[in-house]
Design a binder for this molecule. Structure first.
Ligand code: EPZ
Length: 418
């Protein structure tokens, strides 16, 4: 079992190139299954979730080959339309293959997805949308069995919540369906736009991505393409939080400040200096952050991203004043607070609210990652603490961060993997 050993107290300084976006690469890899020819994806991060997605593609008959941050996906004539429970359980994103299988085979059998334990993660919006598109769905014994009597046809779908996964799944099913699909109250995350752009490169007809109403005109077939995946805005927020919390200055290349505007403007309120460069972000943090006066509410894009909640909280544990978080997306996304409190933070969780009273010092401790972003928050707290912090269960962190210790070492952090 690997672990990260962090020696706190070092101010960070240096430059890093941001990794590709996990939450864009995963749906795009699923979308490649819809194509009749090879897809070449650049800027694909080297993550365990990415390799899990490639195992699903291999299981479905595709051939995947990785070369550094490029993955080639060669579809074949396979008619496999089911995914094993073991593969489905490896991550939440496996559910995105449901839309791809329906788009290509008009039938499929999958089980419920796995993923970080952030509270219940139902797929009711995914399934009710597919039913509107002509798919018969039976759920029993943990299996989702989908069949299509006549054809998968377009539909007008209104999401009760702008679910990222549901929006992506509907897109994958709709691009090869008969007729037009309209998604109202669609998710507006930048990763949705990246997926739509990839699909358009493959010949899909999609409009309105990035807004709340997406219109998709089904086409007969899609061909493979060569595409460069967007940078990971949440990894960017993570490294910005590390620099803000530990102090120092750095440049994060290939970062898109506009994609995390709400995060950047909050970080600005803590007293950090942040400048947008041509192809990156410059950040400088003094000796101590100011607390954020306004409540930090996680919201669907373009609001403050839930994935940046834990890492910003870690940075604010040593600040002047009190910051208040409100987690509105997931029911159970404060699992990292116990570890931060063990390290000396003063955090009180009351339902979906977390009150963070800034303290003067954090102390190194042995902590266990609870989920992807919570684990990253513990690493950030370790950089800010006196003494040594040991983070175990870093398999969670490796799901979303490409060699996190290498990136932080480039910024001068005293961190190693054992
Ligand atoms: C995606 O998860 C991301 N994962 C998450 O990132 C991110 O936190 C989330 O979107 C919100 O931005 C990937 O893209 C792989 P949702 P997803 O569907 O699609 C409820 C990370 O750290 N819901 O927008 O699962 C759901 O329970 C991960 O990188 C239903 O009730 O998120 C949740 O409370 C964590 N029914 C809320 O909606 C449904 O059918 C948002 O879920 C679907 C969702």
């Amino acid at each position: 079992m690997q672990k990260l050993i962090v020696q706190g107290g070092t101010r960070l300084r240096g430059e890093i190139n941001l990794q590709g976006a996990k939450n864009s690469a995963l749906p795009i890899m699923a979308a490649s299954y819809l194509c009749g020819s090879k897809c070449v994806l650049h800027n694909c991060p080297k993550l365990t979730d990415i390799y899990a997605a490639s195992r699903i593609l291999n299981y479905l008959g595709c051939k995947c080959s990785f070369a550094e941050n490029t993955v080639q996906i060669m579809p074949t004539e396979s008619d496999c339309s089911s995914i094993s429970e073991e593969l489905m359980q490896e991550m939440r994103s496996s559910i995105i293959f449901l839309g791809a299988l329906l788009g290509r085979h008009k039938k499929c059998t999958v089980s419920y997805p796995g993923g970080c334990k952030l509270g219940p993660r139902p797929i009711d919006m995914h399934l009710s949308a597919f039913r509107k598109m002509g798919v018969d769905i039976n759920e029993n014994f943990g299996k989702v069995i989908c069949n299509v009597k006549k054809s998968v046809h377009g539909a007008r779908i209104s999401l009760t919540f702008p679910s990222v996964g549901a929006t992506e799944n509907i897109m994958l099913c709709a691009v090869l369906a008969d007729g037009e699909t309209i998604i109202n109250n669609a998710a507006r995350e930048p990763e949705i736009q990246d997926l739509a752009q990839f699909l358009r490169c493959c010949g899909a007809k999609i409009k309105g991505d990035g807004e709340s109403r997406i219109v998709i005109e089904g086409v007969k077939a899609l061909s493979g393409c060569e595409y460069t995946i967007m940078s990971d805005r949440i990894a960017c927020a993570t490294y910005l939080s590390a620099i803000a919390g530990a102090g120092g200055e750095a440049i994060i290349h290939k970062a898109c400040a506009n994609c995390i505007e709400p995060f950047v403007s909050l970080l600005d309120q803590t007293g950090c200096s942040i400048y947008t460069l041509d192809e990156g972000i410059y950040v400088r943090s003094g000796m101590r952050m100011k607390a954020i006066e306004s409540c930090i509410r996680t919201m669907p894009h373009p609001g403050f991203p839930t994935d940046a909640q834990a890492v910003l909280m870690a940075a604010l544990t040593k600040s002047d004043g009190t910051s208040v978080f409100e987690e509105n997306i997931f029911d159970c996304r404060y699992r990292h607070t116990d570890a931060l409190i063990k390290m000396g933070a003063d955090i009180k969780v009351l339902g979906k609210t977390a009150v963070v009273q800034g303290v003067d010092r954090l102390y190194g401790a042995k902590v266990e990652a609870t989920d992807l972003r919570g684990g990253a928050a513990m690493v950030i707290a370790g950089l800010m603490a006196e003494g040594t912090t040991e983070v175990t269960k870093i398999c969670y962190i490796d799901r979303g961060y490409e060699n996190i210790e290498v990136y932080l070492q480039k910024l001068g952090a005293d961190i190693r993997r054992e």
